[in-house]
Design a protein around this ligand. Structure first.
Ligand SMILES: [Zn+2]
Length: 256
């Protein structure tokens, strides 16, 4: 029964945190403060009343429109809240209370914000990538993968992609990986360790190639269209954090 309440409370907390992540996604790329001004309609600037800040429900009640000016409110807002709530629910059930739960939730929140900011603006803010790398390394002293794997992970995450980026630049005469992607890989390495950051890089590359091919075949893009790699890295890192461990065990089994 205690587990039930922990999971339920975590889910509710997740909905509220999702609402804050929306603020980060919207304001970080614009260099705006996260705290001031209070939430307002981005169209008419009216300050939102308390019930308009209730996650998911407010959007449903308002049917996705501002009460005053009628401007549409993107469905992305309630979706981010719902997804964050689901992630908190799942993680509380999967990990139980402790440092690992805190570590994975912080990491998941960073990935959600990076996913959307890279998709919309093609940037990965340093405050999350570099700041998060430091937080991930510190947390690795009390959680898996341990500080040694975390340290190797953040070096591999930073170094290998740097070499790949250099090779890509010489072969294609264009930038494939930006420095933001490299810093994001260091972040993933710091939180998940060296094995899972390599898995993340592999999964993200496959995902990116498949989506790229799909876009070319439907003639909506060409070979030079730069896809936001950080967006694919975020999806791949979520997968690696949730399901990567058995895959690594299976793979390492070949070398025994
Ligand atoms: Zn409005």
């Amino acid at each position: 029964m205690t587990t039930f309440w922990l999971v339920a409370l975590s889910g509710l907390l997740g909905l509220a945190v999702g609402s804050f992540l929306n603020v980060c996604i919207y304001r970080l790329p614009l260099d705006q403060s996260l705290a001031f001004p209070a939430s307002h309609c981005t169209s008419c600037n009216r300050k939102l009343s308390w019930f308009e800040n209730v996650p998911v429900l407010a959007w449903l009640v308002l049917r996705g429109r501002c009460r005053t000016c009628g401007a549409g409110i993107s469905v992305v807002y309630p979706l981010v809240e719902l997804f964050t709530g689901a992630m908190f629910t799942w993680a509380a059930w999967r990990y139980g209370p402790g440092w690992l739960l805190i570590s994975r939730l912080l990491f998941g929140c960073m990935l959600i914000v990076l996913f959307f900011i890279d998709l919309r603006h093609r940037i990965l803010p340093n405050v999350i990538t570099v700041g998060g790398t430091i937080v991930g390394f510190i947390l690795s002293f009390v959680t898996p993968p341990g500080w040694a794997s975390s340290l190797i992970g953040l070096v591999i995450g930073g170094l290998i992609p740097l070499l790949l980026a250099e090779a890509y630049l010489r072969l294609r005469k264009m930038e494939g990986l930006g420095m933001g992607d490299v810093k994001m890989l260091a972040l993933i390495g710091a939180f998940l360790g060296w094995q899972l950051v390599l898995l993340t890089l592999a999964v993200a590359s496959i995902l990116g190639s498949l989506v790229g091919l799909g876009l070319i075949m439907t003639r909506r893009g060409d070979l030079k269209l730069a896809l936001p790699f950080g967006t694919f890295l975020a999806v791949a890192a979520m997968f690696a954090a949730a399901a990567g461990e058995p895959i690594v065990q299976w793979y390492m089994g070949f070398y025994r």
